[in-house]
Design a protein around this ligand. Structure first.
Ligand SMILES: Cc1cc2nc3c(=O)[nH]c(=O)nc-3n(C[C@H](O)[C@H](O)[C@H](O)COP(=O)(O)O)c2cc1C
Length: 198
């Protein structure tokens, strides 16, 4: 007799980059995450969501709880996802302004971040952006975003040997392996949250 194995539900992940720079290393981390989720993990459907078209938050741009089409489209993408992958440098020890702006837009009532799982990966200077992780986790408290605790991923982008090529693509095999571990942890946690919410 054939064993019946229940299929794992597919987890929809929205990947956001906190840097608007064309050659962003953090967007390079997202390209790696997209590649890994397509090629070596079953059950993750990841989409990169560009935050650069969002206007600076101004509640005058809301009319009767309605948002501009660009903001509405972004909020809808977040709403439809099960989990969020944040890839961002730190600016002055904290979350970047573009990322905070995107977070704030999607937090306007009704908050669309609630009850989602999330993970942070970062590339930056000395500490690889790690200090901003704790600010982002703190912001997540009010939004009801649930971050995986481990593994943590932060990469010093400037320390030799080179971790990125001249287009901002990650070329370091051990970092790729660590990103895969983050994605597996995010997937497992998202599945636990999904089961609990049923
Ligand atoms: C306004 C600003 C502030 C920065 N502050 C920090 C910082 O506090 N810590 C750090 O590691 N790097 C800092 N950096 C350097 C960035 O981490 C570095 O430029 C990184 O490559 C940016 O990520 P990206 O390649 O994805 O754009 C700062 C850069 C800018 C533009």
């Amino acid at each position: 007799m054939e064993a019946v194995v229940a299929a794992k539900p597919v987890i929809k992940v929205a990947a956001l980059c906190g840097s608007l720079r064309k050659g962003s290393y953090n967007r390079g981390l997202i390209r790696t995450a997209l590649e890994i989720s397509k090629e070596s993990i079953n059950g993750i459907q990841m989409e990169y969501i560009d935050i650069s078209p969002l206007p600076m938050l101004n509640t005058d741009l809301e009319t009767d709880g309605k948002f501009s089409p660009v903001v509405e489209a972004f909020r809808q993408k977040i709403l439809e996802s099960d989990s969020i992958l944040f890839a961002s440098p730190e600016y002055n020890y904290s979350v970047t302004a573009p990322l905070k702006n995107a977070i704030d837009w999607a937090s306007r009532p009704p908050n669309v971040w609630g009850d989602k799982a999330a993970a942070i990966i970062s590339a930056g200077g000395g500490f690889g952006g790690a200090r901003s992780h704790y600010h982002l986790r703190q912001i997540g408290i009010y939004l009801d975003l649930h971050f995986i605790n481990k593994p943590e991923f932060y990469l010093n982008a400037f320390q030799p040997p080179a971790k990125f090529d001249s287009d901002g693509n990650l070329i370091d095999p051990s970092s790729k392996e660590k990103i895969k571990e983050v994605l597996l942890s995010l997937q497992a946690f998202s599945l636990r949250l999904k089961v609990k919410s049923k």
